[in-house]
Design a protein around this ligand. Sequence first.
Ligand SMILES: O=C(O)CCC(=O)C(=O)O
Ligand SMILES: [Fe+2]
Length: 271
Amino acid sequence: MEITDIINLDRYPIIDSDSPPAVSLRDRCRRDLAANRVCAIPDFVTLDALEAMAAEAIPLQDAAYHNNSLRNCYLHRQKDPALPEDHARNLQDRSSTRMIAYDQLSSASPLKTFYQSDVVRNLVAGIVDEGDLYPNEDPYQPANYVCYREGDESSWHFDEDNSFTMTLMIQAADSGGLFEMSPDTRSDTAENYDNVRDVLMGSCNDGIVSVGRNPGELCIFRGSHSLHRVTPVAGSKLRIMGVFVYEFSPGCVGDPEVNATIYGPRVAAQS
Ligand SMILES: O=C(O)CCC(=O)C(=O)O
Ligand SMILES: [Fe+2]
């Protein structure tokens, strides 16, 4: 499958990045991301490509790493006894997801083709507006399928220090699996622990937005400053999300310890 079969060019004729539809899509998303810390492009990917992606991810379920753990919203599993029990750093919640790493994808993977496309990367760079983007060169991280079976969820968290997070909804669950976000819960200079605790405890729903997750939708959000979660999935249909990592400089690879945590013993044994 070529990139021209994957991007929905009928709705978004953006192969030429200077063409009016490409410029207007980029500018609209840039404004949305700046104002709301999240932007979305509905129907960005064709139904054929979504089917091909699901057809790749579903048979890989047995090989996926089931990450099922208690963690705090900073993605740590240890509590800090020096802090009060109800401190944001000591509030733990369960997360359960199934991760398919980049090295498990086939050479003809439509997810790989999408990720490696200059058209996609340049569009995202234009939206994020922080300079050029480069593919990540880690064996595991660049593009992943993250799958949720019935009962799986991802509790409130900040993403690791990426400037932005990029996802593509491939297959939605029958119900549940909603994406909720509290924009700018913290900043570079303020952790806002009380605010964070209020969101974690459900005592303050002000400003929490629910972002649609329709198949084919590309989403970019400021996940390292904005708490977000995926609510528990219900029903037998697998929720399949594509998650992508781009870099601001060439040649970036991941930290082996982080990879061991994200991708499990198979990857820990390889490093
Ligand atoms: O699957 C989603 O809707 C969001 C996933 C997420 O939290 C992430 O990729 O950082
Ligand atoms: Fe996240």
